[in-house]
Write a protein that binds this ligand. Structure first.
Ligand code: HEC
Length: 209
């Protein structure tokens, strides 16, 4: 029995994210980065509380020679500009902060956070369709229709279990192609009897898997 409990605790700790963004990662930005990375920052990377996450995770960098590489690529430290800069690899320009690397323990925390982002829970589209309007879910699927709109996004997404319409009003307008594999985190909605998901964050690099 005791072994069973130990195994269960071990499994649970593996299943749930260990690093909490607000209490463990944001304080690192506050103490080492926000002296420069505010809303005035020329790179557009505002690392202050409430802004940082949405400007980092699966968002393309703006550095002229970085080729649009993601600032933070969910689950993949080696594809993340921030990881290279914080560890002074030289791949994407100079070290961050420019005064030199921060502690190894804080850099490790950032690495773990990035790695854990890759294991974000997603559910099947069939399961999503059984949830209430307003529920926030992450789903993955294949784009199965062209965009029905010209200045908005509205297209069909399917996985092995079901299909759903993805709808996003106005900017940013994202180009999708039938056959694309994408992941979307958004709120379930119903519009004139049509069940759909409205993405919370919508940008091309964030969508492609
Ligand atoms: C003294 C000012 C300063 C501090 C402190 C600073 N940065 Fe920067 N950061 C810059 C400047 C200037 C650039 C643009 C040049 C470059 O890309 O290296 C930049 C660029 C970046 C980029 C690339 C953004 C893009 O879209 O191209 C990332 C990521 C970044 N910083 C992360 C951090 C992190 C994380 C910290 C804290 C651990 C930090 N920076 C601390 C000045 C600073």
């Amino acid at each position: 029995m005791k072994n069973l409990i130990i195994i269960s605790v071990f499994l649970l700790s593996g299943l749930f994210a260990q690093v909490d963004y607000d209490t463990q990662i944001q304080p690192i930005w506050n103490s080492s980065c926000t002296i420069c990375h505010t809303s005035n920052d020329t790179t557009g990377l505002n690392l202050t509380t409430g802004n940082s996450y949405n400007l980092l995770v699966d968002v393309a960098s703006t550095g002229a020679s970085y080729g649009g590489a993601l600032r933070v690529a969910s689950g993949d430290t080696n594809s993340s500009v921030i990881w290279h800069k914080m560890n002074n690899s030289g791949t994407y320009g100079g070290v961050m902060p420019p005064s030199g690397m921060i502690s190894a323990s804080n850099r490790a925390l950032v690495s773990t956070w990035i790695t854990e982002l890759g294991s974000a829970d997603y559910i099947t589209i069939a399961d999503a369709r059984n949830l209430a309007v307003g529920t926030n879910v992450t789903i993955r699927g294949i784009v199965t229709t062209p965009n029905f709109q010209t200045s908005h996004n509205e297209f069909g997404l399917q996985d092995a279990t079901a299909g759903i319409i993805v709808f996003h009003y106005g900017a940013p307008f994202v180009t999708t192609t039938v056959g694309d594999s994408i992941e979307i985190t958004g709120d379930l909605d119903e519009y004139n009897g049509k069940f759909e998901i409205v993405p919370r964050k919508f940008s091309t690099p964030a969508l492609k898997m």
